[in-house]
Design a protein around this ligand. Structure first.
Ligand SMILES: [Zn+2]
Length: 343
């Protein structure tokens, strides 16, 4: 019997090679790791996956040990503060689209596959700020995003708590949680057959998260210092589409996106709470491209110019996210009420 499985494997490999050769004409782009590891159907949006499941506590308990094998170093002191946008050299028209993947205790948030499908189809680069809890409850989607070179993953805290209201180890765990989840999931990706078969596959999958986005866009000096100490750069935005408000239509979101400037960082949601964002993208992105804009990840945007750094977090004007202190402190996270808040 020992020869038979080996022969079977040879036949399978030959068939795979033939299938691959026929699917890849000479000169075609190399498939991404995401395309090597998943079929188009497995990557595509699934009906209902964008809808949050309230009252589900399955992923509430975050692991507080293990992983974190990648050391962090405090960010350079001149980078302290919150990045709002990037000043670019004249003539460069780059925009960073960002999508938050927020998930609180007592719920499993959604995955808005229609957004990701569109970005893949149109080859639009983007950055996803993912909660550690979101990554743990959506491990396969997190791996797919990780394996796609168009996308960058940033840290959006463990369970979307207002970081102005916690301190000490609790604050540290909220900031480290996504790194723990990311390292664990990255290891699982590296161990899958499709990645093992390609020695260079994991090269462009970052080994640690470099960017951080505060839940509710709310911070204070203590939280900013902690983010800095963990070697993360805090990234906010200069353009909010307002998509967590169900009443904001696709055309209103598209209109907001069309006000982007060179170096803008745009915030939307891909956890099912960006209610009309999937419909808005096809309205805005072709127009922005016609206006000469190119879409890049936040890290690429930062590498192309000089960040505009604020010393405090805010949405549209300084102090405006402090109003979430009362809500986040007194409202039960699973009530869903917090999700009517902007970020
Ligand atoms: Zn969020």
């Amino acid at each position: 019997m020992p020869a038979y499985p080996a022969r079977q494997l040879t036949i399978a490999l030959a068939a795979w090679g033939l299938a691959w050769a026929s699917a890849s004409p000479v000169g075609a782009q190399q498939p991404s790791l995401a395309e090597e590891c998943w079929s188009p159907a497995a990557l595509a949006a699934k009906a209902g996956e964008n809808i949050a499941r309230k009252g589900d506590h399955a992923f509430d308990a975050a692991p507080t040990d293990g992983w974190l094998v990648v050391p962090s170093a405090p960010a350079a002191t001149n980078a302290t503060g919150v990045i709002r946008r990037v000043t670019l050299p004249p003539g460069r028209k780059l925009i960073a689209l960002t999508f938050d993947l927020c998930e609180q205790p007592g719920e499993i948030a959604g995955y808005d596959g229609a957004i990701v499908d569109y970005l893949r189809k149109e080859n639009v680069k983007a950055t996803f700020f993912a909660g550690g809890k979101w990554m743990r409850s959506h491990e396969e989607r997190a791996r797919q995003l990780m394996a796609d070179p168009r996308f960058e993953i940033g840290n959006h805290s463990e369970a979307h708590r207002n970081l102005r209201l916690i301190d000490g180890q609790k604050l540290r765990d909220e900031i480290l949680g996504p790194q723990r989840a990311y390292e664990s999931i990255r290891t699982h990706l590296a161990e899958t057959q499709c990645a093992i078969g390609d020695p260079g596959a994991m090269q462009h999958v970052a080994s640690r998260l470099a960017l951080f986005r505060f839940p509710y866009g709310a911070c204070n000096d203590r939280a900013l210092r902690e983010v800095d100490d963990q070697g993360l750069r805090a990234v906010q935005w200069d353009l909010s589409t307002g998509d967590p408000a169900p009443g904001v239509s696709a055309s209103a979101i598209a209109r907001a996106m069309l006000t982007a400037r060179p170096g803008s960082i745009v915030v939307s949601h891909a956890n099912g709470r960006g209610w009309h964002t999937a419909e808005a993208l096809p309205l805005a992105i072709p127009k922005l491209r016609k206006m000469g804009y190119e879409f890049v990840t936040v890290s690429e945007l930062l590498a192309a110019g000089e960040p505009v750094i604020a010393q405090d977090c805010y949405d549209n004007r300084p102090g405006d996210t402090n109003r979430y202190d009362h809500l986040a402190a007194h409202r039960h996270p699973a009530s869903g009420g917090a999700w009517t808040l902007p970020q």
